[in-house]
Design a protein around this ligand. Structure first.
Ligand SMILES: [Zn+2]
Length: 169
């Protein structure tokens, strides 16, 4: 495999603003870890009051568990950290738009805000394919932002499937 296809981690300044860009870079670095472990490279972090309280990447292959998505693992860590299943004051950053399962978990966990990088027109359930958040009877509504660090997060997913295709030959 060509070296230029290998994704590299991004090291944001710890002295700068801890903004959406900063936290999405941490989620991206989780995706790089997933890539290096041959998992589909999606990463997520959960942030409360400017601190990371959950951080994970996709682990479906290793665990042979279809629920081991980055978002689910990071949500569980965050809930354990605060000792409550209600995550109203938290923000989840994820490198790809959440699937039906993860969008559901975010609503059920009352996540305050969700920021995702890349839209997924096939399986994205926060507007890409379907908007689960728009269900009028939901008792919780997510605040959703998208597009942060989209180029990098799209590139790593593309590189992963290109690598798989090359390896199959
Ligand atoms: Zn998911």
């Amino acid at each position: 495999m060509m070296d230029e296809l290998l994704p590299r981690k991004i090291y944001p300044s710890q002295l700068g603003n801890r903004d959406d860009d900063f936290f999405m870079k941490l989620a991206f670095n989780q995706a790089v870890d997933a890539f290096n472990l041959e998992e589909v490279p999606v990463g997520a972090v959960v942030v409360l009051e400017g601190e990371v309280i959950g951080s994970a990447h996709n682990e479906v292959d290793r665990t042979k568990d279809p629920t081991a998505h980055a978002e689910i693992l990071a949500i569980t860590q965050a809930a354990n950290h605060i000792g409550d299943w209600r995550l109203n004051d938290c923000t989840l950053y994820v490198t790809k738009e959440p699937c039906p399962m993860c969008a559901g978990a975010l609503i059920m966990g009352r996540m305050g805000r969700v920021v995702f990088a890349v839209e997924d027109p096939k399986m994205g359930y926060l507007g890409g394919a379907i908007d689960l958040n728009a269900t009028p009877t939901n008792n919780h509504k997510l605040e959703v932002s998208k597009g942060v660090l989209a180029e990098e997060c799209r590139a790593i997913i593309k590189a992963f499937f290109e690598k798989k295709r090359i390896e199959k030959r």
